[in-house]
Design a protein around this ligand. Structure first.
Ligand SMILES: C[S@@+](CC[C@H](N)C(=O)[O-])C[C@H]1O[C@@H](n2cnc3c(N)ncnc32)[C@H](O)[C@@H]1O
Length: 271
C-alpha cells in the first residue's frame, strides 16, 4: 500500500490528464502483464495511477517525470517501495541506451510504459525508436487517432510516415480504446492503448536507414501526387520499371517493403 499523495493542480503544459478509472487501470496493467524479473520504466507517472499497480506486480519500477512539483508526492506515495527510483527530467532528452547499460541488471532490455502527454507522443516515439535495441516492448496510452496511425494498414487514410516508421522497426498492436471519462481533467479526444514490440531484425532491411527515413518523408510529403511526381528528381520511368512499382500510384498505397525497395534502389544508384 502506498501513502496518500498531496493535492496537485493538473498542468496543461505538461499534458496532464490523470487516469482515474480503476477498471481501465486494471485492463492496462493486465495488457502489460509485468513480472518481477523485468526492468520496467514508466514515463510520466503523474500521481501514480499506473505506477502503484505496476510496482505491486513487478516489485521494482523506475519512472521519468518532468514536472518537479510531482516529485515530492511520488516520493511520499512510494516511500515503502525500496525498488522504486525516480529520474527527474525530460523523456524526450533521456538516454534510454545509457539507462539500460547501468543499474543492477545492465543489459536487461527495458519495458517502457506511459500514459503520454499528447503533445510529445510522436517525437517521443521517434526518440524511443532510436533506442529500440535496448527496448523489449512499449505500451502507451495515446490519442486514439495517433494509435490508429501507428497501427494502420497500407491504403487506409491513416497510413503515413508514422505508420511506416513504427512498423519498419516494430510489431504494432492497437489494443483498446479509453474514453475521456476515464481521466481527470477529461481530454477532448478519445485515447487508446498501443503495444510496440521492436523487431529483432526488421522483416525488410533498408541498407541505409537514414536514407530510408528521407524516402518515407518524401513519399508522404505530397499525398495527392503520384509516386512519379513525388520522386521526380530521384527516379525516372526506367527505375520504376526495375522496381516493378507502378509510378502512377499514390504514396498512400505503398507497403513498408515497397518503400524499403525504393530506398535500397536509390542507395544503390547514389555514387
Ligand atoms: C497524461 S499524464 C499521465 C499521468 C499518469 N501516468 C496517469 O496515468 O494518471 C502525463 C504525465 O507525463 C508527464 N510529462 C509531461 N511531459 C513529460 C516529459 N517530456 N518527460 C517526462 N514526463 C513528462 C506529466 O507531468 C504527467 O505526469
Amino acid at each position: 500500500m502506498s501513502n496518500h499523495p498531496p493535492v496537485h493542480q493538473a498542468r496543461k503544459r505538461f499534458g496532464q490528464n490523470f487516469l482515474r478509472d480503476p477498471g481501465v487501470i486494471t485492463r492496462i496493467v493486465h495488457a502489460i502483464a509485468p513480472r518481477s524479473d523485468q526492468r520496467l520504466i514508466e514515463i510520466g507517472p503523474g500521481q501514480g495511477a499506473l505506477t502503484e499497480p505496476l510496482l505491486d506486480a513487478a516489485g521494482a519500477l523506475e519512472v521519468i517525470e518532468l514536472d518537479r512539483d510531482l516529485i515530492p508526492g511520488l516520493r511520499v506515495q512510494f516511500f515503502n517501495y525500496p525498488a522504486f527510483a525516480i529520474h527527474e527530467g525530460d523523456a524526450l532528452k533521456f538516454d534510454f541506451a545509457a539507462l539500460a547499460a547501468e543499474g543492477e541488471t545492465p543489459g536487461k532490455p527495458l519495458r517502457v510504459i506511459g500514459n503520454l502527454p499528447y503533445n510529445i507522443s510522436t517525437p517521443l516515439i521517434f526518440h524511443l525508436l532510436t533506442a529500440r535495441d535496448v527496448i523489449a516492448d512499449m505500451h502507451f496510452m495515446l490519442q486514439r487517432e495517433v494509435v490508429e496511425r501507428l497501427a494502420a494498414t497500407p491504403g487506409s487514410s491513416a497510413w503515413g510516415r508514422l505508420s511506416v516508421m513504427a512498423q519498419y522497426y516494430c510489431q504494432v498492436d492497437n489494443l483498446f480504446v479509453v474514453p475521456p471519462e476515464a481521466f481527470t481533467p477529461r481530454p477532448k479526444v478519445e485515447s487508446a492503448i498501443v503495444r510496440l514490440v521492436p523487431h529483432a531484425e526488421p522483416p525488410h532491411v533498408a541498407h541505409d536507414e537514414a536514407l530510408f527515413g528521407e524516402i518515407v518523408r518524401e513519399a508522404f510529403g505530397q499525398r495527392r501526387k503520384t509516386l512519379r511526381n513525388n520522386f521526380k528528381g530521384r527516379l525516372d520511368d526506367a527505375a520504376w520499371d526495375v522496381l516493378e512499382i507502378d509510378a502512377g500510384r499514390r504514396p498512400q498505397t505503398l507497403k513498408v517493403e515497397e518503400l524499403v525497395r525504393i530506398a535500397n534502389h536509390v542507395a544503390g544508384a547514389t555514387p
